[in-house]
Design a protein around this ligand. Structure first.
Ligand SMILES: C[S@@+](CC[C@H](N)C(=O)[O-])C[C@H]1O[C@@H](n2cnc3c(N)ncnc32)[C@H](O)[C@@H]1O
Length: 185
């Protein structure tokens, strides 16, 4: 589940913002913390106060924050590069599930990734909105047969990362020269 995060971390020279929704007892959190660097940040949003206390007690990272909140009400100042979700969509009414997906899209930076899994009803989507997103944005679908029960993992890329602006062209004087000017990038 953290394969794409691991690649993103290796390729990125800037700190990454990572969000995990519904971390529960922290099985996935542990794997994320093995991959990220001290300069990256990890925000955990969990609705169960008992799990929140446990996560704060068990896990350490200089930029980790546990939010005792409903993901539908989570309203951070900045968006995220990578979102993991363990929310069990198949057991949630379609309208609520759609609201959660809309919220996740709002929280994700353009070009950011969302990874999630489901245990039952492989390739069946109770929520039409989720199905359409998977059809248009998925970059990977895989099965974990060794898991019990077996799980299906999805990774989606949300939109496109804005292209880096070209370096500004500025006028500069050549060293030890008469004041003639040249273009530099
Ligand atoms: C399937 S469990 C996560 C399992 C987790 N990977 C583990 O190893 O324990 C789903 C989690 O999502 C949390 N959750 C459900 N609805 C939520 C919501 N609206 N906002 C935040 N967390 C939520 C539950 O409290 C639960 O801990």
């Amino acid at each position: 589940m953290v394969r794409f995060l691991s690649e993103k971390v290796q390729q990125s020279s800037r700190p990454l913002r990572i969000l995990e929704l519904g971390p529960g007892t922290g099985t996935l959190t542990k794997a994320i913390l093995r991959v990220i660097r001290p300069q990256d940040s990890l925000d955990l949003v969990e609705i169960n106060p008992h799990f929140c206390r446990m996560l704060r007690r068990e896990f350490r990272h200089p930029n980790m924050q546990v939010h005792y909140a409903d993901l539908l009400e989570f309203n951070p100042e900045e968006k995220f590069d990578y979102i993991f979700s363990s929310i069990p969509y198949e057991s949630i009414p379609e309208e609520v599930s759609k609201g959660m997906w809309e919220q996740k899209l709002k929280l994700c930076k353009p070009g950011g990734l969302i990874s999630y899994y489901k245990y039952v009803n492989f390739n069946h989507f109770r929520c039409k909105f989720e199905k359409e997103l998977v059809e248009t944005c998925s970059i990977d679908r895989s099965f974990v047969i060794r898991n019990f029960p077996p799980a299906q993992l999805f990774t989606l890329r949300i939109g496109k990362e804005p292209e880096a602006a070209p370096a500004p062209v500025k006028l500069a004087r050549k060293k030890n020269s008469k004041p003639r000017f040249m273009l530099t990038a």
